[in-house]
Design a protein around this ligand. Structure first.
Ligand SMILES: Cc1cc2nc3c(=O)[nH]c(=O)nc-3n(C[C@H](O)[C@H](O)[C@H](O)COP(=O)(O)OP(=O)(O)OC[C@H]3O[C@@H](n4cnc5c(N)ncnc54)[C@H](O)[C@@H]3O)c2cc1C
Length: 387
């Protein structure tokens, strides 16, 4: 016998838990079906275990989508302050790290605990270890897992993106979208380190661990944050951010000393030589990187023109990465269910009434810094109001 509910939600991640709690509070009988053995596994590893659960400055500009307007309505109706109010209601201690990023003081399990408790209070049933076998639409939606069959007039797909397959990410959300005739925007790993091609790797990667504040650009997009050299390439917040915009085959540009004049002390020195150049560069860059950079970019002479060229190169380091580190290392997936297919107010499919998509499975991807969770909360909230 199928178990009957008002709403079936696939995936007990950030969006699924938030949506079920909100729909449950509105009196809906809600079941979440989750393939893992516990809810919110990605929340638990997020933000280095402290969960960067929102960003107080989050706004539509912080999101990437084929339709830049789609996210606006949901983001405006459930703001970072709304989520902070929930966190405070549960007496969860938190702090701002940098740039409006809010983290738990203790552990990300405070956030999963809060969401689970909201679900419990709202009477939501969570079925764990429930991988989805089959989903179809008869008079209502029917979902079959290995052990049971569920039925409801509304189905919410909250199965997330493809990043970190080890944590249980699957393509189910995209497969279901296709099954019901909805278009998908091409997916790719995002917020991921970039691998360098072998020549650059040989030139720089023995400096793994060296970091610098840089401005990194791809096309018209730029981020000013830290960059870190790794054993295979480049990482750190600046690189993760730009990876979301980078396309294979294209180059990225790195300003190694934003707003700084590296060569002025060389121009002013009594003797212009490599020793003066090293001293000048080491004032603004780490010693090892400064030395390596000058070895690889030694000026042809010490004329003003040659120094201007040395200055230009350091503000415009142009490299073509070999690739990203893939879904294994990506924090999110760019692309997903085409927003043209969904109502921006409710996240409901325009073609299939009763079918909703929320969270990362949609073609809306946040910048690093708490924006992805804010989208999960806001899109979940928008759907819950319509369930
Ligand atoms: C290492 C890491 C750190 C991150 N840190 C942050 C951060 O600090 N701040 C931030 O804003 N964002 C962060 N993110 C991104 C953020 O975790 C996601 O954007 C967010 O979790 C998306 O929420 P979601 O509910 O859409 O998907 P998820 O939270 O991924 O939830 C999807 C759920 O669906 C389940 N599922 C998948 N397939 C099936 C299936 N076939 N059957 C049943 N269930 C299924 C999964 O097991 C999972 O529980 C991080 C991501 C990673 C990987």
């Amino acid at each position: 016998m199928p178990q009957k509910f008002d709403v079936l939600i696939l995936g007990a991640g950030a969006a699924g838990l938030m949506c079920s709690a909100e729909a449950g509070k509105r009196g809906r009988r809600v079941a979440i079906l989750e393939r893992a053995e516990r809810p919110g596994k990605k929340i638990l590893i997020s933000g280095g275990g402290r969960c960067n659960f929102t960003n107080i400055y989050s706004q539509p500009d912080n999101f990437i989508s084929a339709n830049e307007h789609f996210a606006k309505s949901a983001l405006a109706r459930y703001t970072p302050s709304d989520f902070v109010a929930l966190v405070e209601k549960h007496h969860i201690p938190y702090h701002e790290k940098i740039l409006g990023q809010l983290f738990c003081d203790r552990s990300a399990s405070d956030i999963t605990g809060m969401l689970e408790s909201e679900c419990r209070l709202a009477g939501v049933r969570i079925f764990l270890n429930s991988g989805i076998r089959e989903t179809l639409r008869a008079s209502e939606f029917v979902v079959r897992t290995e052990h049971a069959e569920f039925q409801a007039p509304a189905l919410v797909v909250a199965t997330g993106g493809l990043s970190i397959p080890k944590m249980g990410a699957t393509s189910l959300g995209y497969d279901l979208a296709r099954q019901f005739g909805l278009k998908i925007q091409q997916t790719k790993p995002a917020l991921t380190p970039l691998a360098l091609e072998s020549g650059d790797r040989a030139r720089y990667c023995d400096l793994a661990g060296v970091s610098a504040e840089v401005v990194v650009s791809a096309g018209s997009h730029s981020f000013r944050e830290n960059m870190l050299i790794t054993h295979r390439g480049l990482s750190g917040p600046a690189i993760l951010q730009i990876s979301s915009y980078w396309e294979k085959g294209n180059s990225i540009r790195i300003d190694l000393a934003p707003d700084r004049d590296l060569t002025r002390p060389i121009r002013d020195a009594r003797v212009r030589n490599m020793a003066a150049a090293r001293t000048a560069f080491q004032r603004l860059l780490s010693k090892r990187f400064a030395t390596r950079w000058l070895d690889l970019h030694a000026p042809s002479d010490w004329s003003n023109q040659a120094l201007a060229e040395l200055e230009r190169q350091a503000h415009e380091w142009t490299i073509t990465p070999a690739g990203t580190e893939g879904y294994e290392k990506a924090e999110v997936t760019v692309g997903g269910v085409d927003t043209d297919e969904l109502s921006s107010k409710t996240m409901e499919s325009r073609k299939v009434p009763g079918l909703f998509f929320i969270g990362e499975v949609i073609d809306v991807t946040g910048h690093l810094g708490g924006h992805n969770f804010q989208w999960a909360w806001a899109s979940a909230h928008a759907a819950a109001k319509a369930l």
